[in-house]
Structure formats: structure tokens, C-alpha cells
Ligand binder design. Structure first.
Ligand SMILES: [Zn+2]
Length: 220
């Protein structure tokens, strides 16, 4: 399977609007079957075959690994998932709001409902527990999962929360990998909403497109 978490250089020219980002990816890959979402911090998950335009959703799954699915983030956690038998790919937008609604749990279960039993999950760059200070109301959404911090205020580890949801849904822990790069700390690599504010661009994470190349991008 081919998936990639891009640096900010890739989307710098189009910033965060999904439509121009989709056009950029279509041009870069010379393909039409690139699917992005109008992300709303919810738990709705759509199938690519039903995804006309830019549907309001925070997860997308395809049974055609030649489709290309993308998630835009600027501190939230991008989650890429796939199975080989049957061939399925999925992409999820998992900020704290989506995680509080179980977006990773629901995404894995949706893939399982389509027959996947060998799901692998890759968790991308996101704001890390080093920087993601939250109020007690947000911490209370994740009992037992807030991270102690020297500041005395709770911090969240989105990778740990997503990992726990994937495991709860039945994914073997050794099939879950995390790219633990903090988007707020790594200013040269990633856009960050907390660091740059509303005008921050968006980082893109892509999965699929088995028969196409990704010019200038490192696939992993
Ligand atoms: Zn950090």
C-alpha cells in the first residue's frame, strides 16, 4: 500500500481549501480519482463511490486501492488505514472532537464490516503531548488518557488516544505505527493551527493510488 504524510511544502501554494488542494493532487498525480472531504470534526464516514464533490465527513473508505484518499490537518491527527484482504483503504481526520466521538474506532469497525481482518493503521504528524494543552472539560472527554505535564495543566496525546481506539476495535497493536512528529514544534515541516492561527495552511496525508507516482513526495 502506498501512503504519505506530506510536509508543508507540498500544499504551501494552495493553503487549506480542499478544492484547490484536490486539484493540486490531481495535477501532481495525473489522476481524477482523488477524494477529499469537507471536514467538520464529526464522525461521519463515507465511501468514495458515494463521495460526490467534497462531502461533509471526517472519514472516507474505498474498496478500490487505486483511488487516492486525502485528509487535511493542521494539528489534528491524520489516520491512514488499509487491509490487503479484501483490498481496502481508509483515511480519517481525528482531532480531539472526532476522537471524542470515536472516529478511529468507527473507521476501523466500518472497514471490518466490509470484511477487513488484517487492518494496518498509520498515525501521522499531529500536535504532540509536548504542546497540546487542553482545559479540564476537554481532558474529561478522555478519562485516564490525559498526560501529566510540568505546567500542571492536562495535555493530550492524540497518538495514544487513536492507538487505544484502534486496539479497542480489534487491530493488533503491532500493526499500528505512529509518526510522532509534533506539528507545533516542527515549524519547518508542518502547518500548525495553534502556532499560526486561523490562516494556517493544511498538511495533507494521502493513501492509495497504487498505479500512480507521487512526484517529489516520499512514500512510506
Ligand atoms: Zn510539540
Amino acid at each position: 500500500m502506498r501512503g504519505v504524510f506530506c510536509t508543508r511544502a507540498f500544499t504551501a501554494s494552495v493553503m487549506g481549501e480542499p478544492r484547490p488542494v484536490r486539484e493540486l493532487v490531481r495535477r501532481a498525480t495525473a489522476r481524477d480519482n482523488v477524494f477529499l472531504l469537507t471536514q467538520v470534526h464529526g464522525d461521519r464516514i463515507v465511501m468514495s463511490r458515494d463521495a460526490d464533490g467534497l462531502p461533509e465527513a471526517d472519514g472516507i473508505i474505498s474498496d478500490d486501492p487505486d483511488d487516492m484518499l486525502g485528509i487535511l490537518t493542521a494539528d489534528c491527527l491524520p489516520v491512514l488505514a488499509w487491509s490487503d484482504d479484501p483490498p481496502l483503504i481508509g483515511a480519517l481526520h481525528a482531532g480531539w472532537r472526532g476522537l471524542a466521538q470515536g472516529i478511529v474506532l468507527k473507521g476501523v469497525r466500518r472497514m471490518q464490516s466490509l470484511g477487513a481482518h488484517d487492518i494496518q493503521v498509520s498515525l501521522g504528524p499531529a500536535i504532540g503531548p509536548c504542546c497540546f494543552e487542553v482545559g479540564p472539560d476537554v481532558a474529561a472527554e478522555f478519562p485516564g488518557l490525559a498526560v501529566p505535564h510540568d505546567s500542571g495543566r492536562p495535555h493530550l496525546d492524540l497518538w495514544k488516544i487513536a492507538f487505544s481506539q484502534a486496539v479497542a476495535a480489534g487491530v493488533d497493536g503491532c500493526r499500528i505505527k505512529a509518526v510522532r512528529l509534533c506539528t507545533m514544534c516542527q515549524a519547518a515541516l508542518f502547518f500548525s493551527y495553534r502556532r499560526e492561527g486561523y490562516a494556517a495552511g493544511r498538511n495533507i496525508s494521502l493513501i492509495g493510488g497504487l498505479s500512480c507516482s507521487l512526484p517529489g513526495l516520499q512514500a512510506g
